[in-house]
Design a binder for this molecule. Structure first.
Ligand code: DC
Length: 225
């Protein structure tokens, strides 16, 4: 079993690289942001302010968040409904960031994440995987890229998903969300002391994957992947 933690700000290419890596290694990719997005979606749908910690805490007992793998793809279910790309909408990004600052929400999602990693070899991406969820991960990577490179990628991704957005809006929202995620009191998005930093601003996806493989091979004693 191997546990690989990839943390970093939004749009740094974590999910693209983690997905490619998991496929290559034949292990499970876990997108933990999808879980916070699901709670954010549940709050928005219920008409609850995503900044109201007490109301969010009261909502949690009535929701069930379930992760399933269908044809190798992670699907997140909210009370039995597969939410698909509904959780990718820009307003849900900010809602996810809001709810993720609430300790009760983080506690609610903790076991789901650890259970998957207990049962499988994983590449898990998020903000606190190396610091909180899997502090004993075999390899920890903190992936960053310039805000401009990240906003460009995010804008392209949204267009590909049929949700076109303006680059300037994406850049502004991304900066706001990252400041909130890295500045919060609980599980802030900061590198674990033993994380390897990777700045992939000028890299293609293939180059980022190769750089990550290099880091893993070095950490795990040079066995080729
Ligand atoms: O990775 P993402 O952009 O889909 O994540 C959405 C939000 O969820 C992000 O702004 C912060 C939160 N999040 C978190 O707090 N911890 C994680 N491990 C993953 C995501």
């Amino acid at each position: 079993m191997i546990k690989i933690a990839i943390d970093g700000p939004s749009g740094a290419g974590k999910s693209t690289v983690a997905k490619a890596l998991a496929a290559r290694m034949g292990i499970v990719y876990v997108d933990t942001g999808a879980l916070y997005r699901t709670v954010g979606y549940a709050a928005v749908t219920a008409g609850i302010s995503t900044k109201d910690a007490a109301a969010l805490e009261a909502l949690l007992p009535s929701i069930e968040v379930d992760v399933r793998y269908e044809n190798g793809v992670q699907c997140v279910y909210l009370n039995g409904e597969n939410l698909g790309d509904k959780i990718r909408r820009p307003e849900i990004s900010m809602a996810a960031s809001d709810v993720s600052a609430v300790p009760a929400v983080r506690a609610f999602l903790l076991d789901t994440q650890r259970d998957i990693a207990r049962r499988n070899s994983v590449v898990m991406d998020g903000r606190d995987i190396g610091t909180v969820i899997l502090p004993d991960a075999d390899v920890k990577i903190f992936m960053v890229a310039s805000a401009e490179a990240r906003a460009e990628r995010r804008t392209r991704e949204l267009a590909e998903k049929g949700m076109p957005a303006n680059y300037e809006d994406v850049l502004r929202e991304m900066k706001e969300r990252d400041a909130q995620d890295s500045g919060r009191a609980i599980a802030p998005a900061i590198p674990a002391p033993d994380a390897v930093h990777l700045d992939n601003s000028g890299m293609t996806v293939e180059e980022s994957v190769a750089a990550v493989i290099d880091i893993i091979e070095k950490k795990t004693g040079g066995k080729p992947i």
